[in-house]
Ligand binder design. Sequence first.
Ligand SMILES: [Cu+2]
Length: 645
Amino acid sequence: MPVLLDGLDQFKHNAFKNDLPIPDVIDTSKHKTVTLQVQQFEQFLGLYDQNGLPLNTTVWGYGTGQHSSYPGPTILAYEGQPVTVNWQNKLPVDGHLLPIDMSIDIAEPVRRPLEAGFIPIVTHLHGGHTKSAFDGLPTQWFTQSKSGPGGIGPREVGPDFVSSTATYDNDQQAATLWYHDHALGMTRLNVYAGLAGFYILQDDNRLDLVKTGILPSGPYDLGMAIQDRAFTSDGQLYYPAFKGDPLPGTEMTVGDVVPETFYEAKGDGAASIVPEFFGDTILVNGMAWPKLDVAAGDYEFRLLNGSDSRFYVLKISDPNVAVHLVGTDGGLLPDAKTVIDGDGIQEDNEYILIAPGDRLELVFDFSKLDGGDTVRLENVGPLFDPFKGLSDDGHLLGGVDSAGSNDPVGNIMQFNVDTSLKAFDAKVENGTILVKDFVDLTTDANQDGVADSANYVRNLGLFEGTDEFDRVTPRLGKAEAGIVSTDTTGESGGDFGPLSFTAPVTEKPLLGSTEQWNLFNFTEDSHPIHLHLPQFQVFEKRHIDFLDTNEDGIPDDTNDDGLISYGAGSTPDYTQADIWIGDKVTLRPEETGLQDTIHVDPHEMAAVVSTFDRLGDYVWHCHILSHEDNEMMRPYTVVDPDLLV
Ligand SMILES: [Cu+2]
């Protein structure tokens, strides 16, 4: 049984000691073609041994040849100027840093096998309006070439591989995008090892807002990738996989969450995926609980939740710091929204919710603080549990324990106010117009529950079931009224039920169409759902009622008519219908604007509106990486209406 570094111990002795690392910036106005190599190297992540000596960690990252880092270098791109990145797999051919579960659907090269140390990788630009061929789909992976004593040979590629040189068109508004690995069934492991970086897209509108002093820029504009991790006592990355492996922060082991059926079939020494992963150490840009010296002025912080499963509910320890939300996943909001007013009183609703995969562009105002003041960015989200929702006053739902200020995961980083630093005063305030020509896709003039912009409505489901080894397996699928099917292969057809990743494509939007996807969550946990290709808008969220008496993750056919049916109203009558769509849930500011990832809480339906304007194959999936790797992902295809008979 591996001995772990104790997150609490590391936090008590070492937090807020090291500076927030700022990744190198590759400005593509100077280089339109970039080569980025995936490499393995050692990096200091802010960990120390019992004698207080720094520990180095073997990680994976991206680099240009001279210097590699985790997170990778920040790619700075400009709207209207395509960028080509040549992604290269330069990992050593000596196996993964972390145990691979061979029993799930994974990228599995045959000629360059995992057993021989080869690693499939593929980079996805998350939030990018990217051509299918360059999207970094999970089946577009490629291994290292074979070199060394066995001679040089070509790499092996996945079934849908097109090219490892990808062109990103940058034909969307300025946004905080990020690139990360997406190889089938091992995304969680490749990202955990370090394969993620920022991709900042600029446009004229945003540059104008900077020029006119509305938004901060340059040294006052920083990306912060928040990721929870766990480590072995020698400072190496730890990810629970084997039966006796401890689950960080708990008294449990993997054997407590993976049923015996799995070990009977695969042997006690087999590595298994776990339902979720929660680490006890918080890294920001690859540094444990860093500090940042700030002037007593304004900063834009671009927050990314790059964690496996952890949702963060962020608070600021000093109520004199104001925070304005200026952008979400797809870039600037139509107008700025103050989410923390900085009036000196900590109010219940003054928090920031960020789910895995999400980005938030926030302007922090430290101008009321004095030199020497310290401010902590704190987390009151779940300690070591899945997120199940939040009340309006910021309390976790579902009986989940909240992290506190003495918990290692209750702290993200610290800001130290230094009045010798030159302050920048940004003009942004609540209501400042940021995007004048924002096209709102969410109007509903006739109040029929369908956005005026939508040509087509799909009902889709978030389900939970078990796999052949009785392990919990979250899934996506169809949720149309009609015949229920529990056959996840999709071969039996049906209108309603979970489907595996390999089941035939069921979502085929027409090129140029705008669709409303009603995402119904029938599970007990919240899931952040990510669509590749579009930036969508949240039309509405509603509470839903249904029964699941046998707890199979599929709503009951309560009126026994052999069909699943929907009713409207907040007082369900199960003699009339099986699923009831109830009252609207008020959207938080973080859920407005352009989104590519939206969390759907238990007993909730989220309706999102997207325009599908590129042909080809894409995926939609849960961005809890352990879920995405464990079948909570589906392909979809944008089809040409002229080619349909
Ligand atoms: Cu999920």
